[in-house]
Design a protein around this ligand. Sequence first.
Ligand code: AMP
Ligand code: ZN
Length: 494
Amino acid sequence: MPLYEENQLFLYNSLNRKKEKFEPLNAPHVGMYVCGPTVYSDVHLGNCRTFISFDLVYRYLTHLGYKVRYVRNITDAGHLVDDADEGEDKIGKKARLESLEPMEIVQRYTLGFHSVMARFNAIPPSIEPTATGHIVEQIDTVKKILAAGLAYEVNGSVYFDVPKFNESHDYGKLSGRKIEELISGTRELDGQSEKRSPLDFAIWKKADPSHIMRWNSPWGEGFPGWHLECSVMSTKYLGEQFDIHGGGMDLKFPHHECEIAQNTASNGNPAVRYWLHGNMLTLNGARMSKSTGNTLLPQELFSGNTDKLEKGFAPSVVRFFMMQAHYRSQLDFSNEALLAAEKGYLRLMEALRKLSQLQAGGSSESDFDLTEWKKNCYTAMNDDFNSPILIAHLFDAVRFINGANPAACGLSQPDLEDFTQTINAFVTDVLGLEDASADDGGTKLDEVMQMLIDVRAQARADKDWALSDKIRDQLAAIGVQLKDGAEGTTYSLQ
Ligand code: AMP
Ligand code: ZN
């Protein structure tokens, strides 16, 4: 019997603001879509938290025996700098500043994102579609929304008509906003705007002459609005109705609200059955965000090369730190919190090593009840993926292991096997934690590279060009590329 039949999972559906029984449309299949990164810069640790939270969701659903199709997109066009419908494309802007092709920017940061996710032991999605790979489908959806009378064309751009949509649907339901309040909270249209209402949003935008990424369409050369890609790619790969849609809670409005409107307008239903939103990672109490510069990069964290940390931390420790908070709780990042997480993580790993040495038999001195313990672990995860409570129960097991007589731990042979298999499944398969000693190579490499980068920076400061060139060239010869940028020097392996 698959585990999902004996475990009733409840998840918090942001749409209805309550925990609901999870009943997939088409069990054992589950469709899950998560908004991926806009690949115009390195992902910071805040972005990573959201992706790691959904990695936990994916892993637990899979552990329960569901066959999950997990789609996470790459935004490589259409995301404008000011999040409204004006301003330069984020990727186009970076390409212009660095005199590169937009697709070079996309390639660089997509590869960087993948390698960071691999360091965090996040399982890659089943499908990772890109916005630029789905222009045809996006144009088709714009046509459908126009045909439904819920969009209008002005001068080569097409806008979604929010007030008209709201006449028969509830725009703002997900984010808990009322259309009247939204209108009073926005600036008056200045007479220059093409929009009929300030709430309307572009689903297709005319490209001005300086816009690099542009495609032909029935409305002239342009590009898709940012919200459109997620509606189009989620329903293309998961069906016009699917189970789970995730993302950071900052995406609820306008991004996800607009997705619901687009899906409803083009397919007649809102598509998503359960909306899951992860909370933010903060640094010094403020949200980690690229735009404010309040960020920490994964590389800085692994190498310890930042004044925010006294040393580097292994990716598994950081993952454990994140799992100690529930995905819907805010989590503040600090050196002290990471040091504490490291202690807990090492204790857990040490206990797992001890467990592999334990022998069955004897009578237990402890009050450890295997059946009860297993039930507690599943109950925690069935309650909206409550990983901190799961971890508390894992430490009940750690106490039992540490107190047990290694020659006769008090469990029968079948119970000892069951216990070993269950705790390993939760630690490795569900929480995705690896023994950091297995990861030492990567962390050490970061540290050694940081040392070389520092030596080279000093050589350059001393105008010792021979030494700085030698470091760069010899690294290149063994396939390590150094890249000097505004934020310092980074390295990549070829
Ligand atoms: P972006 O590349 O800006 O579209 O963001 C990618 C993902 O990272 C989105 O799901 C955001 O919600 C999420 N995100 C951005 N900042 C943070 C943060 N400080 N904590 C957690 N998630 C974040
Ligand atoms: Zn999205």
